[in-house]
Design a protein around this ligand. Structure first.
Ligand code: FPP
Length: 219
């Protein structure tokens, strides 16, 4: 499998069950992301895309939104050296102009510093699939699907093979709408901060047993 995408759901519930503030759940979620990146690399996966903040997430409390933004900013600051050292290319998709100018410039600097990495971590921020398609349509001058895909935020990134959603919800929630045309889905009740190596292996194993016809016939 080349590209795994994850809807990292359940951070809030993970924290609430422990009588902790929701933000502690997001912090634990950021650590789970760090671990997941390592599982991916060890399994030979080349791209990991994670849904970190949707266009809808702006409706959450000011406290939660600003806490998540701070978490992203500190993730960028604290991971810079490790990402460069480990050959991880960092890339953001979504309506990045919604983010503070400070965060936008931190993101651009990290993208530049990590551009030679051979494993790609794509973080979806202020991301919505429909929003991405509308923005692509504004730029589109061509006639083919390939030319349209090149106008999306994910230009140059292969479509995800598998999309995992944690915490038991079985919805796509506006994630990678165009790119998921032929993706497999895997849903698990496990909350994102608890997503460990065993859960990762289960997801990849389930994927390995799917028959992917991609609209064609099996040979
Ligand atoms: C969904 O859980 C998760 C989010 C809205 C945020 C995801 C963010 C992170 C894992 C951390 C930051 C990411 C990076 C790149 C450092 P929820 O809050 O909807 O959980 P709930 O459904 O249980 O309330």
């Amino acid at each position: 499998m080349e590209h795994l995408a994850v809807i990292m759901d359940g951070n809030g519930r993970w924290a609430e069950r422990r009588h902790l503030p929701r933000l502690m759940g997001h912090r634990a979620g950021a650590e789970a992301l760090d671990r997941c990146m390592h599982y991916c690399k060890a399994a030979g996966v080349k791209y990991l895309t994670v849904y970190a903040f949707s266009t809808e997430n702006w409706k959450r409390s000011e406290e939660e939104v600003s806490g998540l933004m701070k978490l992203l900013s500190s993730f960028i600051a604290s991971k810079e050296k490790t990402l460069v050292k480990e050959g991880v290319r960092f890339r953001v998709i979504g309506r990045r102009t919604d983010l503070s100018e400070k965060l936008q410039s931190e993101i651009a600097a990290l993208e530049e510093k990590t551009k030679d990495g051979d494993f790609t971590l794509v973080v979806a921020l202020s991301y919505g699939g429909r929003d991405e398609i509308v923005r692509a349509a504004m730029k589109f001058k061509g006639a083919t699907e390939e030319e349209f895909a090149a106008c999306l935020d994910t230009a140059g990134i292969p479509d995800p093979d598998l999309i995992v959603r944690t915490s038991g919800e079985q919805r796509t929630s506006n994630f990678l709408l165009w790119q998921s045309a032929y993706s497999e889905y895997y849903f698990t009740p496990v909350l994102w901060p608890d997503f460990d190596q065993a859960e990762f292996d289960k997801a990849l194993d389930a994927f390995a047993h799917r028959e992917r016809r991609m609209g064609g016939r099996l040979k």
